[in-house]
Design a protein around this ligand. Sequence first.
Ligand SMILES: NC(=O)N[C@@H](CC(=O)O)C(=O)O
Ligand SMILES: [Zn+2]
Length: 434
Amino acid sequence: MALYIKKGRVIDPANDVDRISDLKIENGQIVGHALALAEEATKDDVVIDAEGKLVIPGLIDLHCHLREPGGEAKETIATGTRAAARGGFTAVAAMANTTPVCDSQSGVEFLLKRSKETGLVRVYPIGAITKGLQGQELAEMADMASCGAIAFSDDGKTVARSDIMRRALQYSQMCERLIICHCEDDDLVHEGVMNEGYWSTLLGLKGIPTVAEDIIVARDIMLAEATGASIHIAHVSTAGAVEIIKQARARGVDVTGEVCPHHLALTDAAVEGFNSATKVNPPLRTEKDRQALKKGLRDGTLTILATDHAPHTTEEKAREYAYTPFGISGLETAWPIYWRELIEDKVLTVNEMVAALTVHPAARCNLPGGTLAVGAPADITIIDPQREETVTLDGWASQGKNTPFLGWKLRSWPIYTLVGGRIVMKNREIVDEL
Ligand SMILES: NC(=O)N[C@@H](CC(=O)O)C(=O)O
Ligand SMILES: [Zn+2]
């Protein structure tokens, strides 16, 4: 049996393809592209009509929190990967801040095994940089790399000690893996819960200054430069960080940066009303920062889009603003939010936006996928750019209902997700034959 995707606008930035074409999929692989190829389909084959739709490589998220093991009340690999499928993602990289922390070979092996058993999309483990995310002793980086960790990060926490970070960068080169930096100076964050500025003053909430991020971005870049290592800055949120990354890239430092949907769509003004779904790390910043992120994407300083999907329980998110945990459940609304902020606002072309969600993240971590080339695994997303939907929790797959976008009317939604040729989401609903 073959599967055909008929008459879609096929966009494959990795191969400079943007044309109306049919795709043929067999045995989990893309086996052909051509106009009218679907005419050869027999009645045993499946044909998806994609006229007026975008047919793109499956989205790849380099930053998400699946919470398993230890945080199953917030999310599991099963529910998190279903949220991914609903959002058009065919692969997600899972951060190490679970309980226990993913800081050893057994942690990586657990994640891979569990994902195989219960995951609906591909899951790539990210190993911790330091044991227990404690920032004192390096984790077993080489062991983790050898059994499948694609990168290293203490995300959720900054590696505070510069000597440890320097050593980690040296080891990362031997392991040929990227270090992903969560950049916040803990002493400057202190007990802050939102961006420091006009709104934190008005609302009487403790602020987190932008320099808390800038200072560690600068430090990590200097350490990467000194060691010759490659780094990736997670959830860039400040104008200062964009500028520092831009200068470093101009000098030839191997640094990339990612942007999250909420930092593009919202500012700290959204905290008015104390909606706990607006509490996130790093915090929502000012309009100036938001515009700087867009400019950084436009001029190529920032090349990757990631969700930082950080689900929490409804009970935790019902706490008072100061006490509720940081995090936004982002997988299911990422694409239409990016579309609104980057396409409708004319920041990127559709091809550029697709690249930032496919070929760029894949290339950065040497992952398979991110392309629609013949012979590639059939990880494919189909987008209906005309579809309008209001964000509700109907059909929401993530256990984390903590979204600040409830009630937003958004255009352009994923309508099919295929992983290895298998349809896992169809017409906005999960197809689950596990
Ligand atoms: N982004 C967040 O607000 N929270 C993340 C941690 C992180 O990515 O820093 C989490 O694990 O909850
Ligand atoms: Zn983080």
